[in-house]
Design a binder for this molecule. Sequence first.
Ligand code: MD3
Ligand code: FE
Length: 217
Amino acid sequence: MTMELFDLPGAAGPSREALGPAAVVLRGFAVEREEALLTALERVVVDAPFRHMVTPGGFRMSVAMTNCGPLGWVTDRRGYRYAPVDPETGRPWPGMPDSFHQLARDAAAQAGFEGFVPDACLINRYEPGAKMSLHQDKDERSFDAPIVSVSLGLPAVFLFGGENRSDKPQRVRLTHGDVVVWGGASRLRYHGVMPLKAGLHPRLGGHRINLTFRRAG
Ligand code: MD3
Ligand code: FE
């Protein structure tokens, strides 16, 4: 039996799912922009290669990271912070590509956050087995702005917890092109990512990439 056009995943166009107060998944929102995003990403990582950072406690993160935009998130033995210069190269982080900026602004507006102007984009690269333990994002100067996250490549199980680390998290599957906007009452909720399952994505091979856009400074 032939798969009809209307049976293809995402053929109905982007759809919206509420995860909680001011936390909304825009399914497939980035799919039509994937080529522009991946081309821009290739240029960013030439200037600022992915690296495994070390936590203040001395653990090597399983997720490889880099940044673009005026500020980048870094961790080392001295702590977590946003910095204008890449500690690996001694140069400012690469500029934020227009395609990144526009996607973040458009997705935020879809979720009711008009006028979102990110000044930091943290880029996470997961290989099979890589994970992110439950944490809060609280290194930003203000929590008024939302965080916009874009998932590309292999699917992952995202853990969306509560205000306390011990709150039982919801599990949300995020796949290629899904965009999530977290703001307001959701902004400080604990969250994490389960160990990535091995697989092969037609465009990103054996990896998952996550872009998170923030107003950090
Ligand atoms: C919910 N990244 O980089 S993005 C991170 O998929 C991070 O790489 C994950 O958590 C990833 O800090 C998840 C989704 C996300 C980002 C920020 C949030 C969810 C959030 C802030 C508050 C609540
Ligand atoms: Fe986070």
